[in-house]
Ligand binder design. Structure first.
Ligand SMILES: Nc1ncnc2c1ncn2[C@@H]1O[C@H](COP(=O)(O)OP(=O)(O)OP(=O)(O)O)[C@@H](O)[C@H]1O
Ligand SMILES: [Mg+2]
Length: 255
């Protein structure tokens, strides 16, 4: 049995941290494991990633629908050429740091492109190569931004490629309004509610190791073909449909 796992959530929520810890743990356990990052990983994805980042001059700014297609093009290439072939291996596990749900959350809920159109584009891009299990690292945009800032302050000095990525990440983050990031977060929570069997909701403010333990327990259960099914909530998972109490209080009522 093979397994496809994706990590979703806002900027700075800890997706890459958890994806890497899970990759290391799976590989120690002897599983063929592949970690992919969106957009990127394939030559086309890397090319598109560079272009998507390069939006500093007014004439370089990509329209929302063109942006949707560029992300979809990167994903189509990744799904067909990398993820699907790897999953054909016995016991293989593919981990994706962002996948199709990022498109629904950012281009759909964030940029307000019609969700039914997003769904069609996602289906065209993935061709049925969709995650079995998706972890949502739920964090307020304020906390996410604070984390990225803190990380950049800590790492001042000679800039590595990874730090450059974080700096670019922060620039992208700050270019969008807080309202945009809140729509993204709420969009993710809606997605989890719509498909509770696939999604696992994590409180991303918890310590890294606690989160990693919960992620590992869920993945192990899946590999043993005993998924918790989203109904029996395992220790450490938040029941889908609830958000952390402090945020619920802050949230303004709509309608
Ligand atoms: N559970 C956690 N508690 C506190 N800090 C964390 C936690 N998880 C990750 N961090 C820290 O927050 C920062 C962002 O983490 P990470 O890069 O994993 O997030 P990300 O979701 O991949 O962000 P991006 O969307 O920018 O790629 C890092 O400095 C990381 O060490
Ligand atoms: Mg990351």
């Amino acid at each position: 049995m093979s397994l496809f796992v994706s990590f979703e959530g806002g900027e700075g929520s800890g997706k890459s941290t958890q994806a890497k810890l899970l990759r290391d743990r799976l590989s120690e356990a002897g599983h063929p494991v592949l970690l992919v990052h969106e957009p990127g990983t394939t030559p086309l994805g890397l090319y598109l990633r560079e272009r998507l980042k390069r939006q500093t001059r007014q004439e370089d700014i990509i329209s929302p629908s063109a942006e949707l297609f560029l992300f979809a093009a990167a994903r189509a290439e990744l799904a067909a050429k990398v993820i699907k072939p790897f999953l054909a291996r016995r016991g293989a596990v593919v981990l994706s740091d962002r996948y199709m749900d990022s498109t629904t959350a950012y281009q759909g809920h964030g940029r307000r492109i019609d969700l039914s159109k997003i769904q069609v584009v996602n289906e065209l891009a993935t061709q049925g190569t969709v995650p079995d299990l998706t972890f949502l690292l739920d964090l307020s945009p304020e906390d996410g931004l604070a984390r990225i800032r803190a990380k950049l302050t800590l790492e001042q000095g000679k800039e590595t490629a990874h730090q450059r990525q974080d700096r670019e990440g922060m620039r992208r983050f700050e270019e969008e309004t807080l309202a945009f990031h809140r729509r993204v977060r709420d969009g993710y929570l809606k997605l989890a509610q719509q498909e509770p069997v696939r999604w696992r909701l994590l409180d991303a403010t918890r310590p890294v190791d606690d989160l990693a333990a919960v992620v590992w327990a869920e993945v192990e259960a899946h590999l043993r073909r005993e998924p918790s099914g989203g109904e029996d909530v395992q220790p450490g998972l938040m029941p889908i449909g609830e958000r952390p109490p402090d945020d619920a209080a802050k949230k303004t009522r709509k309608g």
